[in-house]
Design a protein around this ligand. Structure first.
Ligand SMILES: *Cc1c(COP(=O)(O)O)cnc(C)c1O
Length: 391
């Protein structure tokens, strides 16, 4: 059950320019589906960045009900929030130990993912001084050059008994760089390196797979998998049918329908010139809400090739193109083809959700679903849908 006492106040839908619907039943069903795809591996959930923008308390609460007991966050601040919501869960902090915050990891019972010798020494000495020990995870970099010991460093570390025995790792992990491309040669290289690393830590659980790993790479599956984006309905692998249920719907409020004549322009920089008598829907969502400016309609002045499918909204059963520039608080759509009687009743335009896939909306803006979700603005009202009536 979500602990609402620790949540920021939700925005009243009557006062908001956009509304987000978050289907917690779909989220739970996606977690169970991913867990079912890898029955020999335990399935965690990555809930960094406020649960990919959906609200970490609600996400953790729903996933706990679905059976998830292990969470990954990026930052200690996020870990503290997850622990408040799910006190008995194991919470790993991917970005390791922050120097002046070690006591907070201890108090909140967070498990740091140690990705450098300095981090390992910091954790070891903190507990040595207290005559105690706590588990940690060890991150090894197998080819991404982000966080993690180099493979040679990991080997040196395990050969040095006093260092190896100074900490109690319960997980050894690495992260794939190219899992969203099924045939990228780096995938096999990294798995080979990870198999070597894993053998240095006998008896310690191993973890390599993210969402794409679970869905598309059998050889990425070890003891624990770490899905993120697929839980939230996003596409994990490019050009691969998305097997997940959509979780998030974003709709913008229509604040005005106006008419313009052929030859007039719309919006900043007058990038779009009307070629016919046009009905325009003005929607109260803009780049200040994370609805990216790159969602602007094709700029006719650049005279380049229009993208195959530009940014669109969905209204009264059809797609309606975004026209002109997305501004801070307003986005315009061409709704000329919607019959007048239907348009009169319309109040909200879908920007992504059940009719426009999150990742199609992202592609139209030149980005990925992850960025649209984690950028969902603070001005939206939010509704959480759950068949669980106990709340
Ligand atoms: C974000 C992240 C994940 C989750 O990745 P998805 O592609 O969202 O499934 C897993 N592991 C690490 C280390 C991450 O940073």
């Amino acid at each position: 059950m979500t602990d609402y006492s620790i949540l920021p106040a939700l925005v009243d839908e009557r006062l908001s320019g956009g509304r987000v619907r978050i289907d917690l039943d779909a989220l739970k069903s996606n977690w169970k589906k991913l867990a079912g795809m890898t029955p020999t591996s335990k399935t965690a959930a990555v809930v960094k960045a406020d649960g990919y923008g959906l609200g970490v308390e609600q996400v953790v609460s729903a996933l706990t009900e679905a059976g998830c007991e292990t969470f990954f966050v990026a930052l200690p601040e996020e870990g503290v929030r997850v622990k408040k919501q799910a006190p008995s869960a194991q919470v790993f902090v991917l970005e390791g130990l922050f120097k002046n915050a070690v006591a907070t990891y201890a108090e909140a019972d967070l498990t740091p993912v140690l990705g450098s010798i300095e981090n390992i020494e910091l954790w070891a000495s903190f507990w040595h001084e207290r005559g105690s020990r706590r588990p940690c995870a060890i991150h090894v970099d197998t080819g991404m050059n982000r966080l993690g010991l180099r493979v040679e460093e990991a080997k040196e570390f395990v050969l040095d008994d006093s260092r190896r025995n100074s900490v109690t790792p319960i997980l050894v992990m690495s992260h794939p760089a190219c899992s969203d491309e099924l045939n990228h040669p780096k995938n096999a290289e990294q798995v080979a390196a990870f198999n070597e690393v894993r053998s240095l830590f006998p008896g310690v659980d191993a973890s390599f797979a993210n969402s794409a790993g679970i869905i598309g790479h059998k050889d990425f599956i070890f003891d624990l998998s770490r899905p993120g984006i697929a839980l939230y309905g996003g596409e994990a692998i490019e050009n691969f049918a998305n097997p997940m249920k959509p979780v998030v719907t974003l709709e913008g409020r229509i604040i005005q329908i106006r008419r313009a004549s052929a030859g007039e322009t719309i919006g900043y920089a007058a990038t779009h010139t009307f070629t016919r008598e046009t009905k325009i829907a003005l929607v109260a969502v803009g780049y200040a809400d994370g609805y990216l400016r790159s969602n602007s309609g094709f700029d006719m002045r650049t005279k380049g090739t229009a993208p195959a499918k530009g940014p669109v909204g969905y209204l009264c059963g059809r797609e309606v193109p975004i026209i002109g520039r997305v501004s801070m608080d307003i986005t315009a759509l061409d709704v000329t083809d919607i019959p007048e009687q239907e348009l009169e009743k319309a109040e909200w335009v879908e920007l992504f959700g059940n009719n426009i896939a999150l990742d199609d909306a992202a592609r139209a803006a030149g980005t990925i679903g992850y960025e649209l979700l984690t950028g969902l603005g603070a001005r939206y009202s939010r509704t959480y849908i759950s068949s669980d009536k106990r709340d």
